[in-house]
Ligand binder design. Sequence first.
Ligand code: C5P
Length: 244
Amino acid sequence: MQPRERLIFPLDVPNKTEAERFISLLKDHVGLFKVGLELFVAEGPAFLQFLTETARVDYFLDLKFHDIPATVTSAQAKIMQGAKLATVHVDQGRKMLQAAVASLKNRVKVLGVTVLTHLGPDDLEALGIASRYAKDPSQLVLLRARLAQAAGCDGVVCAGMEARAVKAACGPEFLVVCPAIRPAWAAVPGDDQQRVMTPYEAIKAGADYIVVGRPIRLAADPVAAARKVVAEIEQGMRDRSSLA
Ligand code: C5P
C-alpha cells in the first residue's frame, strides 16, 4: 500500500459543489474520500453514484449505523458498489454487528466504531459507563474491538493512542482506522476532538488508515497540507517497520 492510500479525507462539506471542489483538488493526494452524515443527508444516494460513475473515486461510507439489526440490515443492503468501507456502532451489540456484516458480505469492509474521540472520561461516566472503563477509555475500546472482531467485523475505528493495543489484541489483519489526527503544524479553531495524535504517531502505532479532515480542509493550501500528512505517513511506516 502506498503512503497516500492510507490517507482518508472526509468530505465534511454541506453540498455536492463543495465536495466536487475538494475531490478535484485532492484526488491524486489521498487514498479514499469519506462520505459522512452531513453530505449524505444533503445529497442522498445519488451522490454516491456520482462518486463511482462520474468522479471515479472510491469512498468510505461513514454513516455510523446505530439501530436494531433488521433496520441496519435493510439499510446496509442498499450500500452501493464503490464503497470500500462502512461503519456501524459497536455499542448496539453482537447481533446487530453480525447482521451488518452478513448484509455486506464480500462487498464492503465493515468497521465497528468503538468510542468516539470527542468523548473523554467525564463524558463516559455521565453516560453510565462503568467507572473502570470510563476512567480508561482505551479499555472500553479494547472490549469493543474484541466484540467487533468476534461478530465478524473487518476492523474498528479508534483513536491513534489505542491503535497499538487493538493490533496486539486482534492481530495484524484486523483493520485500524484512526480519526482525531492533529499534525503538530495544524491548529483547528474550537477543536472538539480529544484523544488526538499526529499522523506520524498514529501510523507508527499501527493505524492502517488515518482520517484527516480540518487540518487539510481549513489549510490555506489543502494540497500542500495533504502532502505533508503523506510525508508523515511515509516516515511513520518506515519507523514502524524498523521497530518490527
Ligand atoms: O480531522 P477532523 O476532526 O476534521 O475529522 C472529522 C471527521 O472524522 C468527521 O468526518 C468525523 O465523522 C470523523 N470522526 C470519526 N470518528 C471519530 C471522530 C471523528 O469518524 N471518533
